[in-house]
Design a protein around this ligand. Structure first.
Ligand code: SF4
Length: 92
């Protein structure tokens, strides 16, 4: 799902999305189509063996768009706040 130039991390190769169209993970807007896309992306993430690595990476590198580790931008804001307060990464 490498939409942008990112430093390659070993876990990325193991992602369930590694051979998928990255557009699925970067829905645009809040239309029904986008909501459906988010649900589909999250379903892939929920079966992914590197979900927590992905979420931690997105939180620590401030990825502000797309679905990462099963969490949307807004969900990651909440997760990031908790992470800063408690040092614990709470997955959705
Ligand atoms: S958690 Fe989701 S976005 Fe992250 S590597 Fe896995 S499938 Fe891709």
């Amino acid at each position: 799902m490498m939409k942008f130039e990112l430093e390659q991390e070993s876990w990325m190769l193991e992602g369930a999305c590694s051979s998928m169209d990255s557009d699925l993970f970067f829905p645009i807007g809040s239309s029904m189509k986008a909501m459906k896309q988010i649900a589909e992306a999250k379903a892939v993430c929920n079966e992914c063996s590197v979900k927590l690595d992905c979420l931690e990476y997105a939180i620590s590198t401030n990825q502000d768009s797309g679905v990462w580790g099963g969490a949307t931008e807004d969900e990651r804001k909440t997760i990031r706040r908790e992470y800063r307060k408690t040092g614990k990464l709470v997955s959705y």
